[in-house]
Design a protein around this ligand. Structure first.
Ligand code: SF4
Length: 407
């Protein structure tokens, strides 16, 4: 099975039109992926492809529109490029060795240097067969760099090595059971197999959790909710943790002792993808929701909507029934501008399974900076269904914080 895009290391190519980004992309993949043309602006929308890159593991490389793209559509594409760069793992600044740095290049370079603490960047100097521009060399003096000839492929090996060297600087995405289990522990996973379950396979959070447990030399017992009671009671040793699908939470909680640590896949993935503490702060502040405020439901991809769609139907309905009847709901898939964000009391974000942690954290930071509360679908539905605080017990500090806030 191919690694999910959201689980791959994201590498983004950034540079002016015709800096050689598309040729570089083709060079890395050793085939024609991006359209190459001498007409500036051939790549209008980001193009992403995946590959295995040695010690970096699975990577997803994105070729973006040129920074100097013109017109109003061009401006939108540049904003999109900046947004893509903000959530990547490594940025590659691509620039022609033979040309004087442009204003756009100076601007983005400053941005990349500022982001370097969080996101490493390297510089690729293309057209190394042409005469070097002294100002350009001076401009990228401090950056880790490599010279490339996209026509012959010269420099590709060095680029790969330089990318692999960034491994330790990449911000780490938590694994599902990180910090919750030790080698030799037994964990019980409860996975309902009903009509909503995909045919013949488990869903990604379940698969990733099993793999994480194997990597940590733990054992997992995977059962459906109906079989949990007999299997659990036949165990000689108490499991370290029980993890269940949220839908089965009540049945599972009733079938195991009260002192058994229990959580849900959605809470593990809210922690993995975002900031669980911040999401819980959002839940705690539900009870203070003033009348007449606006709530923004935000998703990260366009998926097929069902009749009782969770974001546009279920969450607004439950919110009005259980939190505050007099609120207005908006819905978006793109992060709004700072000015637009200011009008909301709270953002309720989807689980973000199609985006990586960096992108989710970037969204979280922008929402939080505007003084807007944020929580996610899993936490909100967990709260609605009475999963909290029990599902937070494995996270001691957060559990205490939550209990104190509701006492
Ligand atoms: S959780 Fe978010 S990213 Fe995942 S499928 Fe739903 S809308 Fe898309």
């Amino acid at each position: 099975m191919a690694t999910a895009l959201a689980e791959s290391i994201r590498i983004v190519l950034i540079g002016n039109r015709n800096a050689g980004k598309s040729s570089l992309m083709n060079n890395i993949f050793e085939k024609d992926i991006s359209i190459i043309s001498s007409i500036p602006g051939t790549t209008t929308d980001p193009v992403t492809r995946q590959m295995e890159m040695g010690e970096l593991g699975p990577v997803a490389i994105t070729d973006t529109a040129g920074l100097d793209d013109e017109g109003s559509l061009g401006k939108k594409r540049v904003l999109k490029t900046m947004e893509t760069a903000a959530s990547s793992s490594i940025n590659i600044f691509v620039t022609a060795i033979n040309k004087t740095p442009t204003e756009e290049e100076k601007e983005i370079y400053k941005e990349l240097v500022a982001q370097n603490i969080k996101t490493p960047f390297i510089c690729v100097l293309t057209h190394n067969d042409k005469e070097e521009n002294a100002e350009k060399l001076d401009f990228v003096l401090e950056a880790p760099k490599v010279k490339i000839n996209n026509l012959t492929g010269e420099g590709s090996k060095e680029l790969r090595e330089l990318l692999i060297k960034q491994k330790d600087k990449i911000s780490h995405e938590m694994t599902p059971v990180e910090g919750l289990v030790n080698e030799g522990d037994l964990v019980v996973l409860v996975t309902p197999i009903d009509l909503a379950a995909p045919k013949g396979r488990l869903i990604m959070p379940q698969v990733q959790t099993i793999r994480d447990l194997l990597d940590r030399d733990c054992a997992s017992l995977v059962v459906k909710e109906r079989e949990l009671y007999p299997f659990y009671n036949n165990l000689i040793n108490k499991p370290k943790l029980v993890i269940t699908d949220s839908q089965a939470f009540h049945k599972v909680a009733a079938d195991i002792p009260e002192d058994q640590l229990l959580t849900s896949f959605s809470i593990l993935f809210a922690r993995k993808k975002g900031d669980l503490e911040e999401f819980i702060r959002g839940i705690v502040n539900l009870k203070n929701t003033p009348e007449g405020v606006k709530i923004l439901v935000m998703e990260s991809c366009s998926h097929h909507r069902q009749a009782d769609d969770i974001g546009t139907v279920k969450i607004p309905r439950l919110f009005r029934q259980l939190v505050q009847p007099n609120v207005e709901f908006d819905f978006t898939r793109a992060l709004p501008s700072d000015e637009e964000l200011e009008q909301y009391y709270m953002v309720i974000h989807c689980a973000g399974c199609m985006i990586n942690r960096a992108k989710m954290m970037d969204r979280l930071k922008k929402v939080k900076n505007k003084g807007v509360y944020i929580t996610n679908y899993g936490l909100f539905l967990g709260w609605v269904n009475g999963l909290l605080p029990r599902a937070l017990e494995p996270f001691e500090d957060l559990y205490e914080e939550y209990r104190e806030a509701f006492e």
